[in-house]
Design a protein around this ligand. Structure first.
Ligand SMILES: Cc1ncc(COP(=O)(O)O)c(C=O)c1O
Length: 372
């Protein structure tokens, strides 16, 4: 079957560039590539394979199922399950050789039992909540937690980790407080005669913009994919966008002034106009909220979305773009000629962050990989 030409092109050369750039930022800090949520929509297996070939020492996923997908694809290196686990997932974690992030004794005991059952020692990462308020033991409970872990002979703490709540902010006051709490916790654990393992705190923004947080390992996600968590960071490291989202014009028509377009008739042509219909909609991941405000690139020029974004289709006002024809390429994220639309630009218009724009691109959109 000939395929609908709506595709996300993933440039693995750009991914490689970004990984090497981030590694260059802090050569002493090992990088855990965060590939959760299908590598932020970019395709976890392909992304992990490319980075593994570059020597990436660790991968981070959110849930065990994502780890299983990577193992099934032949990724053999360490994979941390960042999103926490339920006790009944412990046997699968052990069988798959994943590295769980642990912050409660019930899960720890289940992991210990599962590891014992297989006669092995399981590496775990212990998470401390220094201010994100999401996952982690409270700093005050850390020594008690580590004391209890000592009784679980089949677990080994490989790392102590935490996560920043606002590392992308120019104001690092809260991040500094989190980092101090983290170091105090690590010291307290050591003073209690336990080993917190290696220290790991930084996400992308912290890695690039908050040098004291780099420590033994960092966990960049979004910047691997060439997107900046804050525009300020553009001056710090030169990244290449990895994803281009594009399609082709399915239908083209000339319409008179007063013609209305799409659901609820939110677009009215002010003059005789040319309307292009694209085979992409909110079921593919284009935010419906971009109706009448989004733009796509056609003929190297910006064309505004005309009216409400539909489930499978959206309309562009291509009036004034010379020589537009049915079948012409339309770029929703990426570059065409001298114009670029970034995921950050779309996110701002949609009232969200580029992370969500990438993650929304649905399974209906094939990922096409450029390898070399
Ligand atoms: C625990 C954890 N570490 C690291 C990351 C990567 O963050 P970023 O994509 O901002 O680099 C995430 C992503 O949200 C995360 O949840």
């Amino acid at each position: 079957m000939h395929k609908r030409p709506t595709e996300a092109h993933i440039d693995l050369r750009a991914l490689e560039h970004n990984y090497l750039e981030l590694r260059g930022v802090a050569p002493e800090t090992a990088l855990m590539a965060v590939v959760k949520a299908n590598a932020y929509g970019h395709g976890a297996v392909e992304v992990a394979k490319r980075l593994e070939a570059l020597g990436c020492p660790f991968f981070g996923v959110a849930i065990p199922e994502e780890g299983a997908e990577l193992r099934g694809a032949g990724i053999t290196g360490p994979i941390a399950v960042l999103g926490g686990i339920f006790a009944d997932q412990a046997p699968d974690i052990v069988e798959l050789g994943l590295t769980p992030v642990v912050f409660d004794m019930t899960a720890a005991k289940a992991l210990d039992r599962a590891a014992k059952g297989r006669g092995m020692t399981l590496n775990i990462h212990v998470k401390v909540d220094t201010g994100m308020g999401r996952l982690g033991i409270q700093p005050a409970d850390a020594t008690l937690f580590f004391n209890e872990l000592k009784g679980l002979g089949n677990l080994r703490v490989e790392s102590l980790i935490t996560h920043f709540a606002e590392s992308e902010s120019a104001d690092k006051k809260f991040s500094r407080e989190q980092l101090s709490a983290f170091h105090r916790t690590a010291e307290a654990i050591k003073n209690a005669g336990a080993d917190p393992g290696s220290l790991e705190t930084a996400n992308s923004a912290a890695l690039v913009d908050f040098a004291p947080s780099r420590l033994d390992m960092a966990r960049p996600g979004i910047m691997l994919y060439g997107s900046y968590p804050d525009a300020r960071l553009r001056a710090k490291v030169l990244l290449k966008p990895v994803m281009t989202l594009k399609t082709r014009i399915l239908h083209l028509k000339e319409v008179p002034a007063g013609f209305t377009v799409s659901y609820s008739r939110r677009f009215t042509a002010k003059k005789p106009s040319v309307i292009a219909t694209l085979p992409i909609g909110y079921a593919d991941g284009v935010p419906r909220s971009l109706g009448n405000t989004g733009e796509a690139l056609v003929g190297g020029m910006r064309a505004p979305y005309a009216g409400t974004v539909c489930m499978d289709l959206l309309m562009l006002d291509v009036t004034g773009i010379p020589g537009v024809r049915q079948g012409d390429e339309a770029v929703l994220i990426g570059t065409q000629g001298n114009e670029t639309i970034t995921a950050e630009e779309i996110a701002e218009k949609a009232g969200t962050i580029s992370y969500e724009i990438f993650c929304r691109i649905s399974g209906r959109v094939p990922r096409i990989y450029t390898r070399c």
